[in-house]
Design a protein around this ligand. Structure first.
Ligand code: ARG
Length: 576
């Protein structure tokens, strides 16, 4: 269904037509929420622009459009304001009807703008034999939210986890494995053991340069398909994936395909040969590079993309070009999105420019990049105080344990099992929400106290607001939503906030940022608090119709809040 803003915009188009401005060269402009609710719910700036373009008084144009509006069930009032804006107030009955229709839909009636369109989203993408670090956590959290948002809008989304499972490090690991492995340690914590082996190799290779030659030979054997090396590599991959899977499960994330870099390994040399043949790549000091001109992108003129080293090895970027080819051939997507930290900006600009040279000009390429994770003191979060690396599993466990303390404090009456589930949902939710409620391009601060606070723009605050709706509905007993009448201003404000949710989802999709949705949910919780304050529901002196209407509003709030929290990747709870 269309959004409230769209419904009004359609009305403005009709009014413009009726007032004689139908052939204005100015394209129709969507209505937007007013900055100040006292001026109305939405405003249109269209008349202002039309008037300017026609060199007539924009206020007069706005007035003509208002006069031409005629009777509309949607609008309670339309007023000309400022230099030629129109402020609209939605009619209460229309708002109530819009809300009821929305909460009957699994997607809150979000417009299916992605219908028939395919989007590949490349996110998480950790590296085998290494711990997933906080950067991969951010990629996973942000990527999964973008994924869910676009699915809600009707896109066919292919979530592809482009894991780093190929490269020269495997030759080193194989050498180290044969010399120094500790099977028991591998069984206990395989990634820790692989990391130990890798570091040990690096140390030893400083003393004994022949180790590097051995590693190169093992890498070459692996690449040539040697059965033993392949088997060992597969084991490393499999064991690493087990740990990644554990993290994904706790975050509620799953992928449609997991094509690691290794998936493309056999086609890389032929790809580079082809690029050379076609003149897309050129030889430079024994290496093959794709060179760019300033038209390919700002600053790219001086930054060629290396696709084959002088020793013949293909690189990260070569794989990315093969990956674009594969995605185009397999899904022919309209959009390909990559989610990584800020340090890969140049890499992706190069890859996108090179892919276009290869003829893949149709898709929209998007690099969604994000900043670092910092401790409250400003230091980059990568290691613990004692210098050892923070693992994601540790981080999630700490969040859960911190949340558990608070749950035990507040909700000691709940059974043990439920408290454990709440702690997991709140702890993980706090990490996810802390990330998604900020502009992804700024650094994220990891402050447990703030993240887990019951007040403010936090996961626990929103989750608790939702649980309170459910608690009311439980107390009310049997009830079917319906009979919504927006009498009190606080009821109306809450309903408007609920109905606007899909508009915000659209905004998030358009900007590749989720913080607008977080802000919206925070606003929703605020409107709910005002509703609780002003509008008693189960008190004895509330008449049955009002009680029914207010229960419906609480139910609708719960539907919108759950749906919003789920989009962000939180687990909505009915009790906390
Ligand atoms: N594995 C890479 C890393 O950890 C991220 C991969 C991102 N995706 C891609 N297609 N390059 O930095």
């Amino acid at each position: 269904m269309s959004t409230l803003a769209d419904k009004l915009t359609a009305l403005v188009a009709q009014a413009a037509e009726a007032a004689g401005y139908g052939d204005s060269p100015i394209p129709l402009e969507p209505c937007v929420p007013t900055n100040d609710p006292r001026h109305g719910d939405y405003q249109s700036n269209y008349a202002f622009r039309v008037g300017k373009a026609a060199r007539t008084n924009p206020r007069a144009v706005a007035q003509a459009m208002v006069d031409a509006l005629g009777d509309s069930e949607l609008v309670a009032s339309a007023e000309v304001a400022g230099p030629g804006f129109i402020n609209f107030r939605i009619a209460d009955a229309a708002l109530a009807a819009d809300l009821m229709e929305r909460i009957g839909s699994a997607t809150l009636g979000a417009p299916r703008i992605g219908e028939g369109k395919t989007m590949v989203i490349d996110y998480s993408s950790p590296n085998i034999a290494k711990r997933m670090h906080v950067g991969h956590l951010r990629s996973t959290i942000i990527g999964a939210a973008i994924d869910r948002i676009h699915r809600m809008l009707g896109y066919t989304v292919i979530a592809d986890n482009h894991i780093g499972d190929w490269g020269t490090q495997f030759g080193m690991l194989i050498v180290a494995w044969h010399r120094w492995r500790d099977e028991a340690a591998f069984a206990e914590d395989s990634i820790a053991e692989l990391q130990r082996l890798y570091r040990l190799f690096r140390e030893e290779a400083k003393e004994d340069a022949s180790l590097e030659d051995l590693a190169r030979a093992e890498t070459a054997k692996l690449q040539a398909g040697d059965a033993d090396n392949l088997a060992l590599w597969e084991r490393f991959v499999k064991e690493s994936l087990v740990e990644f899977e554990g993290v994904y499960e706790r975050l509620g994330v799953s992928f449609d395909v997991v094509h690691g870099e290794s998936y493309y390994r056999d086609g890389l040399q032929a790809l580079v040969d082809r690029l050379l043949d076609q003149g897309i790549a050129t030889m430079s000091e024994g290496a093959a590079v794709v060179e760019f001109s300033p038209e390919d992108g700002k600053g790219l003129g001086k930054s060629p993309l290396l696709v084959r080293k002088s020793d013949g090895a293909a690189l990260y970027g070569t794989t990315d070009l093969a990956t674009v080819e594969h995605r185009m051939a397999t899904w022919n997507p309209e959009t390909i999105v990559y989610v990584t930290d800020q340090r890969q900006q140049l890499h992706f600009r190069q890859v996108f420019a090179a892919a276009k040279k290869m003829g893949h000009t149709a898709p929209e390429y998007v690099h969604v990049w994000f900043g670092m994770v910092r401790n409250p003191d400003g230091s980059i979060m990568a290691s613990r105080k004692d210098g050892s690396a923070i693992t994601l599993v540790d981080l999630l466990d700490t969040a859960r344990d911190e949340a558990r303390k608070r749950v035990d404090d507040k909700s000691s009456h709940l059974p043990e099992e439920e408290r454990a589930a709440i702690a997991e949902a709140v702890g993980v939710g706090a990490i996810v929400y802390n990330d998604l409620s900020q502009n992804p391009q700024s650094d994220v601060i990891f402050d447990w106290e703030k993240m887990l606070a019951m007040e403010g723009n936090t996961a626990p605050y929103l989750m608790y607001a939702l649980a309170r709706c459910h608690s009311l509905l439980r107390k009310a007993g049997d009830f079917e939503p319906g009979g919504l009448v927006l009498g009190h201003e606080s009821e109306r404000a809450l309903a408007l906030q609920i109905s606007r949710t899909p508009e915000v989802v659209l905004q998030c999709a358009g900007t590749w940022k989720t913080n607008a949705l977080a802000d919206h949910l925070y606003g929703l919780a605020g409107a709910l608090a005002a509703f609780w304050r002003d509008c008693p529901v189960l008190k004895d002196d509330v008449d049955p119709a009002t009680r029914q209407s207010r229960l419906t509003l609480a139910h609708a709030t719960a539907v919108a809040m759950s749906s919003g929290l789920e989009l962000l990747g939180l687990t909505p709870l009915e009790r906390m």
